[in-house]
Write a protein that binds this ligand. Structure first.
Ligand code: ADP
Ligand code: MG
Length: 387
């Protein structure tokens, strides 16, 4: 779409105050990017030590459902985005009566409940694993009959980084896991044998312009993202198919902002959507150093209804997540990391390095995926992280 079609009144100019719901590392990287582009940033997060709150111009320290605080925030900010999918949809709706909010409450609501999300994918023409909702014990037998003996039960809401899920075999184990998860609403998924996992990060603005990054190939460890490599080692047709699914989803949601769509590649070659995140994503961090416009740059642009940036990657890129475990014996050997010219260090300003806590990441750039995979192994060794 050409620049002339932008509605000038909807453009939010540098100098304006941008708000972000959530003060985690994603909010921090959004804030850094917005500040680079000359905006002011306000963070809404109940944690006084939140990584984004520490660096923003303003930090409103309040509960996400505090109406008075929401009104204050909505009145102060020229536009509000989100870095955390569990912001109550009603809070975003309230903000939207006072200011521009992107993405909107409807898109967040889809991502907040795995039942709604999978139903939405299917309606948009995007395949998923076989699944069935479990809302009470009475649903379990039929769910196992539909999904198969080998399954994963996941809480419908509030799960992340592998939390709120259990691998099961057969009805008895599903019953046990359902009780253990608190008998809250769940989905039971067919457990598939994975050839690979990939994700697509893409942005869309009010004009329907879409910028889609090349899919990243992800390795998870204990349910937490460990590494991402671009380009993914899949056929061009598969990669295009994944990008097309992301475009379908953005359009079906009439989405404004940055979104990530995670996929499984089954050993039989099928591409199956797993889940979406209505925000920049850990697997899109490579874009900070591999692309002209990072996922956070696109988040600022889409929020301000600016033209989107170039999502292409020259060569290859990789990302290594740094969890608190890497601090077990004190601070990592940063000079040894920074000695590697292809690496950049991103730390989130978290004081306490607990095991499993996301503390930062290292991006690596190279000419091809073999070189960056070798680089990953090197830098993991320096960080004393098993490759
Ligand atoms: P989270 O919200 O915690 O990221 P996911 O649904 O993405 O939850 O699951 C985390 C990881 O667990 C996935 O990236 C994948 O490695 C594995 N996994 C989840 N669901 C399945 C499944 N149905 N079959 C096989 N592996 C799965
Ligand atoms: Mg996931």
């Amino acid at each position: 779409m050409s620049r002339e079609t932008l509605n000038p009144s909807s453009i939010i100019l540098p100098g304006s105050l941008l708000g972000v719901m959530g003060g985690g590392q994603l909010g921090r990287m959004f804030a850094l990017e917005a500040i680079r582009q000359g905006y002011m940033v306000a963070v809404f997060d109940p944690d006084p030590e939140s990584p984004a709150g520490l660096i923003a111009h303003q930090h409103l320290c309040a509960d996400f459902s505090d109406n008075a605080a929401l009104d204050e925030f909505g009145e102060a900010c020229a536009a509000v985005t989100t870095e955390f999918e569990n912001v109550p949809a009603d809070s975003l709706r309230r903000l939207a009566t006072l200011t521009r909010v992107a993405p909107g409450a409807d898109a967040l609501e889809v991502a907040q409940d795995r039942r709604v999300e999978k139903t939405f994918f299917s309606k948009a023409g995007i395949d998923t694993v076989r699944w069935k909702a479990i809302e009470s014990d009475a649903d379990i037998e039929a769910a196992v009959a539909e999904v198969g003996e080998s399954s994963i039960i996941k809480t419908a809401t509030l799960g992340y980084d592998g939390k709120g899920q259990r691998v099961c075999n057969g009805v008895a184990e599903v019953r046990e896991a359902f009780a253990e998860l608190g008998a809250v609403a769940c989905v039971l998924e067919q457990r598939i044998s994975l050839a690979a996992e990939i994700s697509v990060v893409a942005a869309r603005n009010d004009n329907g312009e879409i910028a889609c990054y090349p899919p990243g190939e992800n390795v998870h460890r204990n349910g937490i993202l460990h590494t991402t490599v671009v380009p993914a080692q899949l056929t061009t047709a598969r990669l295009e198919q994944a990008q097309n699914c992301a475009v379908l989803l953005l359009e079906a949601l009439n989405y404004v902002g940055v979104l990530a769509l995670e996929f499984f590649i089954a050993t039989d070659g099928q591409l199956l959507a797993n889940e979406m995140a209505p925000r920049p994503h850990n697997s899109g961090h490579f874009t900070q150093d591999a692309c002209i416009s990072s996922q956070f740059d696109q988040q600022v642009r889409a929020l301000c209804n600016m033209p989107l940036g170039d999502p292409r990657v020259q060569g290859a890129a990789a990302m290594l997540n740094l969890l608190g475990d890497a601090w077990a014996e004190g601070d990592p050997d940063w000079p040894a990391v920074l000695e590697q010219p292809e690496c950049t260090l991103h730390l989130y300003g978290k004081a306490e390095a607990r095991a499993g806590r996301k503390m930062g990441h290292i991006n690596l750039i190279g000419p091809d995926s073999i070189t960056v995979r070798e680089g990953l192994a090197e830098v993991a060794k320096v960080m004393k992280i098993a490759p």
